[in-house]
Design a binder for this molecule. Structure first.
Ligand code: ZN
Ligand code: ZN
Length: 270
């Protein structure tokens, strides 16, 4: 028993991740033993010619060792942004992409720059990783981008195509990926079904407002987000409208309780 945390058990590496394939052929990977508020969704899309990985989790258990099939086809590992909970296993993949505004953080991921100093605490875990976790020393490994992505670039998987959307606000280099043919949005931390975060050291509230106005126009059918479960078009617009009204911005003076956040002070994803 760890007296400080009350956590009695350490997880096995083979139990660290779980995966679910959605009907649209997109696989969701999650880190089972992290509290849901901190748990990053890792998205995998298998294409005819190559595959796409959108985010890679905390990096405390090897993603590619647990899922060898990730290496079965050429794969581009895209970072939705550079926070520690999204880029921890990027170094395991040879082809890596991000927006230029955060490329320096992937190349040199300090604890401050990745917001690990603020959020990466023992309290994140329901069970500890097999190697343990030192909250004073944890830092993701460098994974310099081999490709920079900009607004309207196309990630071509052969039979599926994702348009790059630059969606600054949560962070300056935040990316979302839009598959117009299916109305699918991989949203990263720009929009998810929880309290959105725009008060980090490099958050930009005005940019976030512009991003949300742009995103609202997309004819989405399904949103696979950086945290929490996926959702459809109606929920997507409601979440954006709540943010634009000031209901989902913890740093906003108009912050007001909504049914989603009235329950109390839930921790916020990074
Ligand atoms: Zn996050
Ligand atoms: Zn984040």
């Amino acid at each position: 028993m760890n007296a400080a945390t009350g956590m009695a058990r350490v997880a096995r590496a083979q139990d660290w991740y779980s995966s679910v394939q959605h009907a649209d052929g997109i696989t969701q990977i999650g880190e089972t033993h992290i509290h849901v508020f901190y748990r990053c969704n890792i998205w995998h899309v298998r294409g005819r010619d190559r595959s796409l990985l959108f985010d890679s989790g905390l990096g405390v258990v090897s993603l590619s060792e647990q899922f060898p099939w990730l290496q079965a086809t050429p794969l581009l590992a895209v970072a939705s942004h550079s926070h520690f909970d999204h880029i921890g296993c990027h170094h395991e993949f040879p082809h890596r992409a991000c927006h230029c505004a955060e490329a320096h953080i992937l190349a040199q991921p300090t604890r401050d720059a990745t917001v690990a100093n603020r959020f990466a605490k023992l309290a994140m875990f329901e069970r500890l990783p097999p190697e343990g976790f030192d909250e004073d020393r944890y830092c993701v490994q460098p994974a310099p981008a081999t490709q920079l992505l900009a607004q309207d670039d196309i990630i071509d998987l052969g039979d599926r195509h994702f348009q790059v959307l630059h969606v600054p606000g949560h962070s300056p280099g935040s990316l979302a990926l839009w598959e117009a043919a299916t109305g699918t949005l991989l949203a990263g931390d720009a929009v998810y079904d929880g309290e959105l975060v725009d008060d980090l050291y490099h958050s930009q509230h005005d940019e976030y407002i512009d991003t949300m106005r742009r995103l609202r126009e997309l004819p989405v059918r399904v949103v696979h987000a950086g945290h929490y479960p996926s959702f459809g078009a109606d929920r997507y617009r409601a979440l954006i409208d709540d943010y634009l009204r000031g209901w989902r911005a913890p740093g906003c003076p108009l912050d007001a309780p909504t049914p989603a956040n009235a329950a109390g002070a839930a921790p916020k994803p990074a």
